[in-house]
Design a protein around this ligand. Sequence first.
Ligand code: P6P
Length: 325
Amino acid sequence: MTPFVDLAARLAAEPADAALKDVVLTIAATCARISRVVAAGALSGSLGAAGSTNVQDEEQKKLDVITNDMLSDALKACAPVAGLASEEMEEVEPTGRVSGYLVTFDPLDGSSNIDVNVSVGTIFSVLPAPVDHAPTEGDFLQPGRNQVAAGYAVYGPQTMLVLTLSGGVDGFTLDAEGQWRLTHPNLSIKADTAEFAINMSNQRHWAEPVRRYIDGCLKGKDGPRGKNFNMRWVASMVADVHRIMMRGGVFLYPWDAREPDKPGKLRLMYEANPMSLLVERAGGRSIQGAEDMLDLQPTKLHQRVPVALGSANEIEIVRAEMIAG
Ligand code: P6P
């Protein structure tokens, strides 16, 4: 008999309504199925390019399309879901139902890592749906603080689900029977860190505040920070954020001059906002520029934002650099 309670038992203790728990359980069950599809890799012929591009004009991998269909089909069959939106779909998709919840998701984040067997993941966000009409794109454009649930599944050495509804953040590990087991209750991010995650190859393109912050870290114990720093970059947001949930750190994907009209690479509605809710609920911080990410009023469904998130005290140092300009 395992000592680890399962997801349904943990949700039973949540004050959230049964309809929201139904949505979360549907997403969790689909992520368990996605884990098996991802793990099969070349054996199932699901690696490689799909031969199409998504709304971001990015080449789609076969697994981007397969996993998007898995989540879309499951959510359309889930009664409390009134509408869904995905990185892989240009428009929002009303389900024909009114009221309940809206779900946004990145079905397989980091998919460029799939073919080289590096961790990837699924990110999801749940928002309240309008009560009196079928949802339109405008109904999805709610600040991150409106989220009623958020989470990710990371398909790595273990498959884990990290989730927040009304309270804290819990981590679940998928067992051999396909059940999510509560292995990491009440996750909390260390307030201080000596580890940053950023794609250093873009250094010459960063704005001055980010360049100053990273230079300070790189100067180590003889520099302004008085300590040495370590660097990590998985190039899979889910994997980098999961490491921060487990041992602290900061993750930055800032604006850079390569495409100056783009505020950042990552998407607000189904990457930055769900990750920011999880990080804040675990005691961390998440900012875009000098503002809290969760306060941002979205203007477009596939809007991109610069992201800096992680250990609270370290992010406040980043925020101070942003304010200094
Ligand atoms: P780069 C994956 O494509 C992603 O959207 C995030 O998961 C990841 O953090 C980032 O892009 C990696 O970007 O420019 O380092 O390849």
